[in-house]
Design a protein around this ligand. Structure first.
Ligand code: PMP
Length: 413
């Protein structure tokens, strides 16, 4: 097969220390990008430069170093706002990650605006991060959690959503891209239908932020969450985007330093958003690393990334479907580069272990989406792509799967 690919992943790998030979590490074919991505030199150097030369607390110090740290931290916020096309930086709240961002919404907005008898709609494909906060909120507030089931090919049917929405629906919580099925959900249409019924819409963009352009105004979501570490950035930093008007009405999530204007024994006045939601010393170096990660992504170009990953996904789908006894989950061919599969009745952990002996890194298990795992019939193995992967990596995966079949006696003699 002769296909031409629109990006040279080998060139991109040169920007990542993880892919350079090192005495402490065997070189691996890294196909666990849905769990976390590797970090380019640019991100590591930005963080290290901050710790080495600009370290100070933000929004506090009456000195130049503090002012510089604050400037860098706020520049990171402005960069995020621009990256997702928020109307203003104040719509960007820094959190520890997607999980904390969604917990913030469930605690602050949810416990204020969701009441007995109200309804929250979640999809059957949600990661626990976008499921457990809503299950707990429903339990606490006496609300109903309604499940938007997936179709047999792993998609969401918009008409089914219309049947679930009622005048009691307060929120639809949906992932942009499923971390198991690779399904790319039509989030703009989902938000539009939610709004038509008077509900809000929260988009979990953990698996899409690094892989396709995202425009929060075009999607018209009320909330959107993502993690830096799945977008070539550091761990410990994530983003909650929320419409300004909502942030104004929401009470603080945590309270403490940096989020308050007036503290008297008889009176508290919270700071304006986003400071209202950032109690305590924030992850400053990590925010600066995230800034560098977004610059890295845009240096390649999000359209170019989306196009290349689509090409690679097509190749992976074709090759995976050639493997005897392999069952692939999720929509075909229209999906992101995340492939959950089983191989005969071999346990997915055994698949991952044998692949590891061939230096192919994938994940196995229920992928923090237990209800979806139940629907699929149990654990799966999962390979997931990023911009530095190429067809040789897919070929190595396929060869290693042949080895798994041989080891477990599935291969014909
Ligand atoms: N949502 C989805 C779809 C995810 O894939 C993940 C991470 N696997 C999360 C949320 C949670 O992200 P984090 O652990 O970075 O908070």
């Amino acid at each position: 097969m002769t296909a031409t690919y629109t990006l040279d992943a080998g060139e991109i790998r040169k920007q990542f220390p993880f892919f350079q030979p090192h005495p402490e590490m065997r070189s691996v074919i890294y196909l666990d990008n849905a769990a976390t991505t590797q970090k380019p030199y640019a991100v590591i150097e930005a963080v290290s430069h901050f710790w080495a030369h600009h370290n100070a607390n933000v929004h506090r110090g009456g000195h130049g170093a503090g002012a510089k740290a604050s400037e860098l931290y706020e520049a990171a916020r402005a960069r995020v706002a621009q990256f997702i096309n928020a109307r203003e930086p104040a719509e960007v709240v820094f959190t520890r990650g997607t999980t904390e961002a969604i917990n913030l919404v469930a605690s602050s907005w949810g416990e204020t605006f969701v009441n007995t008898g109200d309804e929250i709609i979640v999809t059957e494909m949600e990661h626990h991060a976008n499921l457990l906060p809503w299950m707990r909120l429903a339990e606490k507030r006496g609300a109903h959690l309604k499940v938007w089931r997936i179709t047999d090919d792993g998609r969401l049917d918009l008409e089914a959503l219309d049947r679930l929405l009622t005048e009691r629906t307060r929120l639809v919580a949906v992932s942009h891209v499923s971390n198991v099925l690779g399904t790319v959900n039509p989030v703009a249409e989902i938000c539009q239908r939610a709004h038509a019924a008077g509900a809000l819409c929260l988009v979990d963009a953990a698996q899409s932020i690094a892989h396709m352009p995202i425009d929060v105004q075009a999607i018209d979501c009320d909330f959107l969450a993502f993690s830096g570490h799945k977008a070539y950035g550091p761990t410990g930093i994530g983003v909650l985007y929320a419409k300004r008007a909502l942030l104004e009405t929401m009470p603080p999530y945590q309270v403490g330093g940096g989020m308050v204007q007036v503290v008297r024994w008889e009176r508290l006045v919270w700071a304006e958003p986003p400071a209202k939601f950032e109690a305590g010393t924030p992850p400053i170096g990590e925010a600066i690393g995230l800034h560098a990660a977004l610059d890295f992504i845009d240096s390649i170009g999000r359209d170019a990334i989306e196009r290349y990953e689509r090409e690679l996904t097509e190749y992976a789908l074709q090759r995976l479907q050639e493997v005897p006894d392999l069952r692939l989950y999720g929509p075909i061919p229209d999906r992101a580069g995340i492939f959950a599969f089983t191989l005969g009745d071999i346990h997915p952990h055994d698949i991952a272990t044998v692949l590891d002996t061939r230096d192919v890194a994938i994940r196995s298990g229920l992928h923090c989406a237990h209800p979806l795992g139940e629907r699929l019939g149990g654990a799966t193995a999962r390979a997931s792509l990023a911009i530095y992967n190429d067809t040789q990596h897919i070929d190595a995966l396929i060869d290693a799967l042949d080895e798994v079949r041989r080891v477990f006696g599935l291969a014909r003699a």
